[in-house]
Design a protein around this ligand. Structure first.
Ligand SMILES: NC(=O)c1ccc[n+]([C@@H]2O[C@H](COP(=O)([O-])OP(=O)(O)OC[C@H]3O[C@@H](n4cnc5c(N)ncnc54)[C@H](O)[C@@H]3O)[C@@H](O)[C@H]2O)c1
Length: 277
């Protein structure tokens, strides 16, 4: 069934081949949704080198994959830290498709992990700027358009298990993801009168580029080999496996669909039961 037939969705951070954003975009395309594949595109400074970002070539290839599923798709490069670029993302989407129905705030960085007492100010700023300010700016500018159109809308924030629990070496990441839940709740209250729902999805461990980097980081810190570390995750997850990109995509389809009309301000754990509050 084409649950999202004819809808228009923007997914930030969806230009990395193994990422959650790409998985959401492909699932949306399978559900009949037209998609904007958006990512930073080019390395901008030493904190955003190509090994951690979705490049322009990757974005264009993902657009083609979506089109092969029979929907319309375009790539728009956007650094979510920059309001002018976010404005352009939304105005270019509306210029091409006529509207925006669904905004998925997925862009995030998780590779700046340092002990608290050594945490650099520039690392803190970089993480907060992408993970939290980026979601704020994208929500603001998509909401302006959704309100003007008067047809409601959906905002979906990809938060984390780190939005509910604390993690070592991750002060900035954990604070940014907890902040994302605050943003979700505040925006849900404010945008309800416009029939715009705002919800967060909280994954635990998914072996994307970011996920693999974090798994390697933590296994090394704990003096474990990688496979034993992953087995440790399986052992503590009630459903007995690590998460998959598709698990997150399915939750997003639900929240974007008519089935979730009366759900807003929620932060949905998709963690196989590892996180329960
Ligand atoms: N993988 C996991 O285990 C996991 C768990 C919980 C939450 N998450 C969250 O899921 C989201 C997607 O992560 P992922 O695991 O797919 O990693 P990923 O690295 O594959 O995807 C993150 C994307 O964000 C993009 N990005 C980074 N800075 C940007 C900027 N300034 N502007 C625009 N885009 C930018 C990157 O280029 C990349 O494509 C992130 O918000 C992450 O925090 C991931």
């Amino acid at each position: 069934m084409k649950t999202l037939a004819g809808k228009i969705a923007v997914i930030t951070g969806s230009g990395r081949d193994t990422g959650i954003g790409k998985g959401i975009a492909m699932a949306f395309a399978d559900a009949g949704c037209n998609v904007v594949i958006s990512d930073i595109g080019v390395a901008k400074d030493h904190r955003f080198d190509e090994s951690h970002i979705g490049t322009t070539d990757e974005m264009n290839a993902i657009v083609q994959e979506a089109k092969d599923k029979g929907v319309d798709a375009i790539a728009i490069a956007c650094d979510v830290r920059r309001e002018s670029e976010v404005k352009n993302l939304i105005s270019s989407t509306v210029e091409h498709f006529g509207a925006i129905d669904i905004m998925v705030n997925n862009a995030g960085i998780g590779y700046l992990m340092e002990p608290l007492v050594e945490f650099k100010e520039e690392s803190w700023d970089a993480v907060l700027e992408v993970n939290l300010k980026g979601a704020f700016l994208c929500t603001k500018h998509s909401a302006i358009n959704m309100i003007a159109k008067g047809n409601g809308g959906r905002i979906i924030n990809i938060a984390s298990q780190a939005a509910k629990s604390g993690f070592p070496f991750a002060a900035a990441y954990t604070a940014s993801k907890h902040g994302m839940i605050g943003l979700t709740r505040s925006n849900a209250v404010e945008l309800g009168e416009h029939k715009i729902t705002v919800n967060a999805v909280c994954p635990n461990h998914i072996t994307t580029g970011l996920g693999q980097w974090q798994n390697e980081f933590f296994s090394e810190k704990m003096g474990m080999n990688y496979d034993d570390y992953i087995q440790g995750i399986r052992d503590r997850v009630p459903l007995g496996r690590v998460g998959l990109v598709d698990d997150i995509a399915k939750a997003c389809i639900f929240l974007a669909s008519d089935q979730a009309d009366y759900i807003t301000g929620e932060a949905l754990n998709v963690s196989g039961g590892e996180e329960m509050h």
